[in-house]
Design a protein around this ligand. Structure first.
Ligand SMILES: [Zn+2]
Length: 79
């Protein structure tokens, strides 16, 4: 999946995961690829207002998208 930023040093404030975007993240997209992950597992992408729909659709058409949550409301699921 090459629509994402190349992983680099961790920024001090979370930024959008969309490729080339440097906007502050506002949304957390929680997703799961059943071919790779156990059902409870959640991968997360971050999205700004502009890219939330784009990234949600990318995951949604593949059936991966589980949840879209405001960053301020997001809590990592308990292990
Ligand atoms: Zn963005």
């Amino acid at each position: 999946m090459n629509i994402l930023n190349v992983p680099g040093s961790e920024p001090s404030s979370p930024i959008c995961s969309a490729k080339g975007c440097r906007a502050d993240a506002v949304w957390v997209l929680a997703w799961n690829n059943p071919k790779l992950h156990t059902p409870e597992r959640r991968k997360t992408w971050l999205a700004c207002e502009e890219h939330r729909e784009h990234l949600s659709q990318f995951l949604g058409v593949r059936g991966f998208l589980k949840d879209v949550v405001k960053l301020e409301d997001w809590e990592e699921p308990a292990p």
